[in-house]
Design a protein around this ligand. Sequence first.
Ligand code: NAP
Length: 312
Amino acid sequence: MSVWEIMGYELTIIGAGPAGYSASIYAGRSGIKTVVFDKIGGGGLALVSPNIENYAGFESISGAELMDKMQKHASKYADIHFIEEVKNITKNENLFTIETTNKSYLSKAVILCMGTEYRKLGIPGEQELQGKGVSYCATCDGFFFKEKKVAVVGGGNSALIEAIFLKQIGCKEVYLIHRRDQLRAEKTYEDEARAKQVRILLNKTVEKINGEQKVEYLETYDTKSSNKSKLPVDGIFISIGEVPQNTLAKELGVKLDEKGYIIVDRQQKTNVRGVYAAGDITGGLRQVITACAEGAIAALSSTEVLGKKYPY
Ligand code: NAP
């Protein structure tokens, strides 16, 4: 039995999304004793994607089903600890101490796959009415708004996908509110949204979310005419991008770019020896398929500090 089997793990992966699952499969198959921690139940943001149609090999699959398959696959090769949050990582010589909500573990290498979290609008009413009509996930909460009026804020792919989904599940009226005069999303999503009668409101910002017990109406501002108006809705889905969950990386001295994403080289190495990063936390395309590829590369790169043979 090696010292690592007694004392801890050779490799610690933080975050059980596509990058973390893929990294653990490649690490396990390279004979690396690996643990994966996830503060919730795994899957990351891909979990709530209603339909993934660009992951090779699956013409159409829900995020939940794909993540379930990845979890089952990864658990053949690594110990996966759900609802165990990593609170702190320290490096001493060539050894990392990983402190979680349960205990401390030693590890010789770390892969950071913490992904991103939803960006907030930061307007009055947003925090107060969260869970009372304010949501960041149509797949999770859209069902409560069947036959009701809702608004989606944002002009990217996610916002369009949310708006289309809300129409599909039977919301009476779906507004898409975007701050500029054109959408950022792929044209196919825009075409589908228009075909489904999503009402696209351009050059508009939401200034305030109003309601006593639940969302009742939005105060909007027209950036072209400077007109203010009230839009009665039962729910608002805020889909304005994501921000990297980089606190642990910052504390470890890992270099970030100006938007807070981890800087990695082509081997997914960070500036701290023994620390790698993969998936949405490194920015880039933020696709399930690229996250998986980065996770695989990170796991194989970690063989350099683990004294393992590079298997390819
Ligand atoms: P995104 O592409 O960054 O779009 C965010 C949208 O929110 C933009 O339209 C932005 O406006 C708007 N926004 C940002 N901050 C705002 C604020 N404070 N107030 C109002 N609006 C604000 O984010 P995303 O749609 O979540 O997508 C994230 C990444 O995942 C992207 O790379 C996307 O391509 C990818 N993705 C891909 C797919 C797919 O391929 N099927 C599906 C989902 C997501 P501006 O346009 O004015 O900047």
